[in-house]
Write a protein that binds this ligand. Structure first.
Ligand code: COA
Length: 372
């Protein structure tokens, strides 16, 4: 098949009332609200509520929701034992995928009153799962997975760094979780919807999403971008290195997008935050390297950074290890996946497309004795 028409590019694969990507100008909206307004004025928990329940919470609903998420942070003992068996060198995305599956057995959907409660449970418990596994294998510590932090961003940083989080880092992480929360029919959301369309359970649909997000063409791009940026010590060195990669027809991770054609509005929001963090960071020179790569990619390929490119340095300057970048994407995107699973279920029809057959023409089956 022609590459340009492959990959379902431009195909309308269903209806949604959750999000628009690139529809109003270059924009992105969640339930009709512009991402710039949400990133400036809301918090991740507010956005999670908006996506899952369909409207913005009032002050009391938001406070109750935050308290609810805080109560849902405890990890079942059996899951803790399992996390202790998983080796440290495992990809953290595999840890989350497996943990999600295990939770589906320990707390099955048929025991849950409302599907929304599973979404909330996963948002609340995933940071603890990831960091319980990490600290146990790093230092043998069985950390408490509760914290006083009301926000998911603050909770994650507290469990990771073991201290009250730096307020600027907490703010940047909170904004980034808002930016990563939802993006219409991207690959992982579509995978989650396909699973939901078979009337499978909520956990299976989320597990499909995690497995799909893991790839470097999707969620894994933020880690790949960091790996690229940190190869270089100066902008000139970065320019030479990226030119060579382009000459070798390699893809530069964190650039390009299937839907956006001129810029990614989320990049415009995370970029200045990364720049500000770089001013205080010991390896803040990485920001100048990113800027040079951005300029070169535009000049040579007319490609712009997507959310993953400047998120990489923003996370790095918050002292988050690179292998947690894609898992953070998961923690945020559970909200979008959940909204889509609920929407798919409300008006479900099995998603089962057709294929254009390009194999051999119909032929006679030869008996074993007739084969050469
Ligand atoms: N670096 C270098 N070239 C790129 C590129 C990148 N990041 N992204 C696209 N291109 C080039 C392709 O090589 C291709 O060139 P060609 O026509 O000469 O073969 C052309 O642009 C179209 O790319 P294609 O991969 O067919 O576009 P797509 O719509 O299928 O892919 C992405 C979209 C996002 C998968 C793609 O841009 C990409 O792989 N980006 C890097 C991974 C990434 O950042 N993913 C996160 C997305 S939010």
């Amino acid at each position: 098949m022609n590459k340009k028409i492959g990959g379902l590019a431009g195909v309308i694969a269903g209806e949604t009332a959750i999000c628009t990507v690139g529809k109003e100008g270059l924009g992105l909206t969640y339930r009709g609200y512009d991402i710039r307004a949400l990133a400036t004025s809301s918090t991740f928990e507010e956005v999670a509520w908006l996506l899952i329940y369909g409207q913005l919470p009032d002050r009391r609903e938001l406070q109750t929701y935050r308290e609810k998420l805080m109560r849902l942070r405890e990890i079942p003992a059996i899951l803790k034992q399992l996390l202790e068996q998983i080796p440290l060198h495992t990809n953290p995305m595999d840890v989350l995928r497996t943990a999600c599956s295990v939770l589906g057995m320990l707390e099955p959907e048929q025991n849950t009153h409302r599907a929304e409660d599973i979404a909330n449970r996963l948002i609340a418990v995933f940071p603890g799962i990831l960091l319980y596994w990490y600290h146990f294998h790093q230092s043998g510590n069985r950390i408490h997975t509760q914290s006083d932090e009301e926000t998911t961003a603050g909770h994650f940083l507290t469990l990771l760094q073991g201290d009250k989080p730096n307020p600027e880092w907490r703010h940047v992480l909170d904004v980034s979780l808002i930016l990563y929360a939802e993006h219409e029919f991207n690959a992982s959301t579509f995978a989650a919807r396909i699973t939901a369309s078979t009337e499978s359970d909520f956990y299976s649909a989320i597990t499909s999403g995690i497995g799909t997000l893991r790839g470097p063409l999707h969620g894994g791009a933020n880690e790949a971008a960091m790996e690229l940026i940190s190869r270089f010590k100066t902008p000139d060195e970065a320019e030479r290195g990226v030119r060579t990669l382009l000459e070798n027809k390699e893809k530069i991770m964190g650039f390009g997008h299937r839907v956006y054609k001129i810029s990614d509005p989320r990049s415009d929001i995370i970029r200045p935050l990364s720049q500000k963090l770089s001013e205080k960071a010991e390896d803040g020179y990485l920001f100048a390297i990113s800027e040079r790569i951005e300029a070169l990619m535009w000049q040579e390929k007319h490609l712009f950074p997507n959310l993953d490119f400047y998120s990489a340095t923003a996370y790095h300057f918050c002292k988050i290890p690179t292998f947690f970048f894609t898992p953070l994407f998961v923690i945020s995107r559970i909200t979008g996946w959940s909204a889509h699973i609920l929407e798919q279920r409300r008006d479900n029809r099995l998603i089962r497309p057709a294929a254009n057959y390009i194999g051999p023409a119909s032929r006679t089956y030869p008996l074993m004795t007739e084969r050469a």
